[in-house]
Design a protein around this ligand. Sequence first.
Ligand SMILES: [Zn+2]
Ligand SMILES: [Zn+2]
Length: 536
Amino acid sequence: MNLALYGIGPEDDRKWLMVDCGVSFAGPELPGVDLILPDIRFVEEERANLVGILITHAHEDHYGALYDLWPRLEVPVYMTPFAAALHAAKREMEPGAPRIPTTVLQQGERRSIGPFDIELIAVSHSLPEPNAVLFRTPKGNVLHTGDWKIDLAPQVGQPIDMDRLAAIGREGVDVMICDSTNAVREGRSPSEADVAAGMEEVIRNAKKRVAVTIFASNVARIRSVARAAEKTDREVVILGRAIRRVVDVAGELGMLDGLPPFRDEEAYGYLPPDKVVALVTGSQGEPRAALAKIAFDDHRSVALSAGDTVVFSSRTIPGNEKAVGAIQNALVTHGVKIVTDRDAMIHTSGHPRRDELAELYKLISPKVAIPVHGEPVHLAAHAELARSVGVPKVVMAKNGALVRLLPGPAEVVDHAPHGILVKDGSLIREPEVSGVIERRKVSFAGAVAITVVLDGRGELVGDFAVSLFGLPTTDDRGEAFRDAVGGVVEGTVESIPRQRRRDDELVAEAIRRAVRSAVNERWGKKPLCDVTVLRV
Ligand SMILES: [Zn+2]
Ligand SMILES: [Zn+2]
């Protein structure tokens, strides 16, 4: 959920440029929620001073919130050709998504956006056209690295522009804001060229069908699979809309030139098993993606059988292990061979390990380092590394921190309101008013709704209504929860002195407490409980 805001000018006359506008994905702690978006109330208040949104690259955690949040800002958006084309293609999948005026920037381009003098520097990552951003100001220079690694053979697009980074280092960088994802990993991340070789070997050794699952936006990986297929006399079939979309976009931009054509799903049926490689969506275990459907025998036209191979050319994002594990187990049960990055060189990360970080620090030699893009352990490891390579000052900035970068000394000077918004069905809300907190409680312990009718003297009139949602039917003694709750309601009303039964709220609260504690006694859990008192 990356979103950075850079400001220039005195507090009463400051312009802002947003760098990236990403999403995060909800886990089971937010039941029913699709996406998590950054809370941008601070930016909304400063909207008149916001000159634009600059996107570093086309990963969801960097540009995925644009369609949902742009209508609150309505400022120009800047992206490279691949990001712009992929974003436009994604629009077809998002009903009601706004038309966003987008200016296309080239890697290496320098231009001004409002008072900001920016330059995009090509880096390497795990998709085409990733960029670092250099800000030049009269008070000094600031480098925002974005997501990067050092890959001199990235298999698509240009490699990281080390010459330009070295020149920028010589020009002088005061502050570097840098990727921490792999700051705890020693050494260097392998190149996409190593993955291409490993992929070819796996495919060459396979006797029957091969399916490779990847992150859809990883065009280098798509190229590597296509090259390996060509060399082993196989054809590539695309299974899944997300990869189809990326192949269409990358093809239009010339990124798949020189490769044999990709085949659609229909070809899978008639190609002999040793003549096909399938590129499959769903590497994170997404239940509606092609891989899950195939693994659980639910795909309309594609099946795998004993002796086939599935290559997991991706990293499982924390939180998705169970879903991916279920798919791998289903495949193994069918006799399908599984290849992961533990078995062969078929995946590499798009983020810098420690030696790459050290190399960039040597090239740039910033006066100040600000570690970003990582969990606290990654940020801490990055900070320690930056100090160890001689960076004089490291500033740790938590979410919402307002850091004065220039003139120095760089330090946290204030905090902006920040947080998350949840996208829940078709609504975007702060979690407190989304109902999701209550929904989580209901999902854990169910709910009870009770309606009682009292007359003027405080006597129960007729039957009262009890509805249970998500409770067990009976307790360990065999008593139905419905009966137990009913008994508690009756007993509670009778135990309240008649005078006090005139107070509806007092009666409702007494019943609520008694019911929750009676259920807790039998079940060890307290359901949500809603009591309505009616009078006749
Ligand atoms: Zn990324
Ligand atoms: Zn990222």
